[in-house]
Design a protein around this ligand. Structure first.
Ligand code: BGC
Length: 836
């Protein structure tokens, strides 16, 4: 029987503890006590757990009081962000990185790392894509699983997030992701499924949004039906920070832990529901049992290790992964650059050269002990170059003086290295981009440089694709993405040919936002219609014939690879595919081999081809390697909405070994004759509309989803679930937003007036983050996450007043926080109420 080594030094079985806990204590155990800590029961020796973010490093806030304080954390290694490490196509990197982060977590006393994020990159505008791996579920699942295994292998628990279908930021607190069952299973849940089955994460974090009408915290089918009953998840489900909706419904749905917690209303709701027979005591006990199991499992890991982690080794690992993840998007032969090129021949332009953007903004922000910018890395190597800043980040204003200086330095040089990308005002957790353009100052300067005839290499730092209308005129494009604290070293190693680029894209690089597979309905309102269904990313573009800037899986090398001698073997349910990869250039290099399977041509609509396996192989110059990858026949199944199950269809498929989704090198037929004859589970209108990727929102979309699609609330009133930005007709809403925004706007202005410094940038970024995120918050999300600053009774009262019930609202406010009724005996636990 399970037992907990409690803080009192004694070991109690979970059953014993359950029998001794009071109802109040049980309710409190299912919520945090502050932003990062769970509830402890000292009298029974039950310790509290420390939970903190992830994913590309561990962020522990210095303030013991449990504040959110993004800018004040203990130093930790800042690894490349998830979107970056995925470009390596080497899940071993995610595993090593996870293990390293776990060692740092242990040193900092962290029990649960809030990572990895495995949401699908539905649209490059999502401000948080830098924290996710891919538009493809196989890539997301492989990396997420490796990361979880790496972290948990070192005794630290993980929290796979955000479950599920949290694909935008602008509407994340209240949005409703309307998705058909098949897209949900094949695209949005698949990575979670693999991770749960394969890596057994200790916890899963439910998303803020609704999924098909029900908030994820209350979604029984999602949290119990699918997650536990089907996939066998045996850990704890916690809310995202402030994502709790109906506390009792959530418990019944399978959501145990309310974070950050401290919301009296929620604890009181549990107590009252049990006391009034609205919640079965067994349901509560089961949730508490799981929580105690988590305490037991996780509290062992955070003992400070005898050997503290090695920061130098972790920095080296961050550099290695960043180098392996750089993607050479284009090259006319200008790269690599000779590091000994004559002085004066190399002009470096762009602020990001000296102020590298190496991570994204929001809850994942790490304060690394040290940052190596490209400038540091160039200088260490003694490279001769001229430098002109060219533009400023964190402003949309052009600077004529800086531009003149940059053009002059380019005129005197043979090659221009332009360091560009996005800043934290443009891309962040908490809000989405409305377009994919680079900032005006960069675009204007690049245009002028190209018009002046300069040979320009663009080096990019950004968490997601950007528009490159001048791509054809550039000599080369090297994408470092958000490479972590040693990104400068990676940039230099790749630019000067010390390392050979081997990263490839895990997201299609579209030309403009209009080309997105989600363009029909992205960020248009509270109700997000996922009308593209399974046609996400390359699944859409391949079949629709979209002209993209760079296809999924694309990335160049300084050498070339030849693919030959394809061999396909089917043994039982396993398909093994082998080929020889020859390096026919004069540099050692690595190639990412992608195995797509072209789907059968049946009655059920499908993507043209889907990634089914991949691997990365290192091949010395002039050498050849035999490489094998495998997959299960069952992986070719689609989710059948009539049978609610995976179905493998008979038919002719095709194995494609490819260097990218658009660069198939070898192909062979694969005939499947052990499935069943193809037949569509859909109404004819759906078959017709979805035979090809739909343009716009097909009339048959409700038929595809299987229910009427809600319209959203256009009333403009302030309810508990209205974004402040949408409460146009509510005086209270406007006043509230104005009050919070007014204060932050003032902070912003004060920061703006400061002289240039890291301190000024940090203050500007913090203020901007809040300013941009506030409008998308709701009364409920504020009440659930503000640590008491916006108590629930006040939020609920304000909503009542706004709905035209002033007396009821004022009464609600005056009544104060909900107090659990003082009764005694309930359920399996003892009877007394604790006086807390
Ligand atoms: C984010 C989570 C994060 C949590 C705690 C939320 O706003 O969505 O990913 O783990 O905050 O920082």
């Amino acid at each position: 029987m399970s037992s907990i080594a409690t803080t009192s030094g004694q070991s109690s079985t979970i059953d014993e503890l359950l029998a001794q806990l009071t109802l109040d204590e049980k309710a409190q155990l299912l919520g945090g006590v502050d932003t990062w800590n769970t509830f402890a029961v000292p009298r029974l020796g039950i310790p509290s757990l420390l939970l903190t973010d992830g994913p590309h490093g561990v962020r522990t806030v210095r303030d013991e009081g449990g504040s959110f304080d993004l800018g004040n954390s203990h130093p930790a290694t800042s690894f490349p962000t998830s979107a970056t490490v995925a470009h390596s196509w080497d899940p071993r990197h995610a595993r090593r990185m996870g293990a390293a982060i776990a060692l740092e977590s242990r040193d900092l006393g962290v029990h649960v790392l809030l990572a990895p994020g495995v949401n699908i990159m539905r649209d490059p505008r999502c401000g948080r894509n830098f924290e996710y791996y891919s538009e493809d579920p196989l890539v997301s699942g492989a990396f997420g699983s490796a990361f979880v295994q790496g972290v948990q292998g070192e005794g630290v628990a993980t929290s796979v997030k955000h479950f599920a279908a949290n694909s935008n930021e602008d509407y994340r607190f209240v949005g409703d992701s309307v998705i058909d069952e098949r897209a949900l299973r094949e695209i949005y849940l698949r990575a979670f499924e693999r991770i749960v089955r394969e890596a057994k994460p200790a916890t899963v974090m439910c998303a803020y949004n609704r999924l098909n009408g029900t908030f994820c915290s209350d979604h029984r089918e999602l949290l119990t039906g699918i997650l536990r009953d089907e996939w066998g998840f045996d850990g704890v489900v916690m809310t995202d920070w402030g994502a709790m909706h109906d506390r009792v419904a959530a418990l019944e749905a399978g959501c145990e832990l309310d974070m950050p917690g401290g919301v009296e209303h929620n604890g009181a709701a549990i107590v009252s529901a049990v006391e009034h027979g609205r919640l079965a005591p067994e349901v509560l006990d089961e949730a508490v049992r799981r929580m105690l199991q988590l305490v037991e499992r996780a509290s062992g890991g955070a003992v400070t290790s005898a050997e503290p982690h090695d920061p130098v080794a972790h920095a080296a690992l961050a550099r290695e992964i960043a180098t392996d993840s750089g993607v050479l998007l284009a090259n006319d032969g200008t790269l690599p650059i000779d590091p000994a090129a004559a002085p004066g021949s190399l002009a470096v332009i762009g602020e990001l050269f000296e102020k590298m953007r190496f991570q994204g903004a929001g809850s994942s922000l790490i304060l690394p002990p040290q940052v190596v910018t490209p400038k540091d890395a160039f200088d260490r190597r003694g490279i001769a170059y001229t430098y002109a800043r060219g533009y400023r980040t964190l402003t949309a204003e052009r600077d004529a003086g800086l531009e003149r200086e940059a053009l002059a330095s380019a005129a005197a040089a043979k090659t221009v290295l332009f360091f560009g990308g996005l800043d934290d005002f443009e891309e962040s957790e908490g809000f989405d981009r409305s377009h994919l353009r680079l900032g005006d100052p960069q675009v204007a300067l690049l245009r002028d440089l190209l018009d002046s005839g300069a040979r320009v290499v663009l080096v990019l730092f950004a968490g997601a694709p950007v528009e490159l209308p001048f791509a054809e005129e550039l000599a080369a494009v090297l994408d470092l993405a958000l490479p972590g604290m040693h990104g400068g070293e990676a940039a230099a190693a790749l630019l000067f040919g010390e390392a050979n680029p081997s990263g490839k894209l895990t997201e299609t690089w579209i030309r403009t936002a209009d080309d997105s597979s989600a363009a029909a309905d992205y960020d248009r309102g509270v109700v997000a219609r996922y009308a593209e269904s399974i046609y996400v990313g390359y699944r859409f573009h391949d079949k629709a014939g979209t002209a993209v800037r760079y296809p999924f899986g694309h990335g160049l090398s300084y050498t070339s690879f030849e693919y030959r001698d394809l061999e396909v073997r089917v043994e039982g349910d396993r398909v093994s595919v082998a080929a020889t990869i020859a390096n026919i250039g004069d540099r050692d290099g690595s190639e990412v081999l992608q195995l797509y399977v072209r789907n059968n041509d049946g009655a059920v609509f499908k993507a043209e081809q889907e990634l089914r396996a991949f691997t990365k192989v290192r091949v010395a110059a002039g050498a050849a390697e035999r490489v094998a990858v495998e997959f299960e026949l069952g992986d070719l199944s689609y989710w059948d909405v009539a049978e609610h199950d995976w179905v493998l269809e008979d038919g002719e498929y095709e194995i494609r070994l490819a260097a990218s989704a658009a660069d198939v090198r070898l192909a062979a037929p694969l005939v499947v004759d052990r499935g069943r004859t193809s037949r569509s589970p859909y109404p004819a209108a759906v078959d017709a509309d979805y035979a090809r990727p739909p343009i716009g929102i097909p009339e048959s979309f409700p038929a595809l989803v299987g229910r009427a699609v809600p319209a959203g609330d256009p009333s403009g009133r302030l309810t508990l679930e209205t974004r402040f930005a949408d409460a146009r007709r509510s005086l209270i809403g406007r006043l509230l937003l104005g009050a919070v925004s007014g204060r932050v706007r003032k902070d912003f202005r004060v920061a703006q007036a400061l002289p240039e410094s890291a301190e000024r940038d940090a203050r500007l970024k913090n203020a901007h983050f809040v300013l941009r995120m506030m409008p998308s918050m709701s009364l409920r999300s504020m009440a659930m996450s503000s640590g008491g600053a916006m108590p629930y009774h006040l939020a609920a009262g304000l909503a009542e007043i706004d709905a035209g019930h002033p007396i009821r609202g004022i009464r609600r406010i005056l009544r104060g926080p909900a107090k659990p009724p003082a009764t005694t005996h309930v359920g399996a636990g003892p009877t007394e109420r604790t006086e807390s």
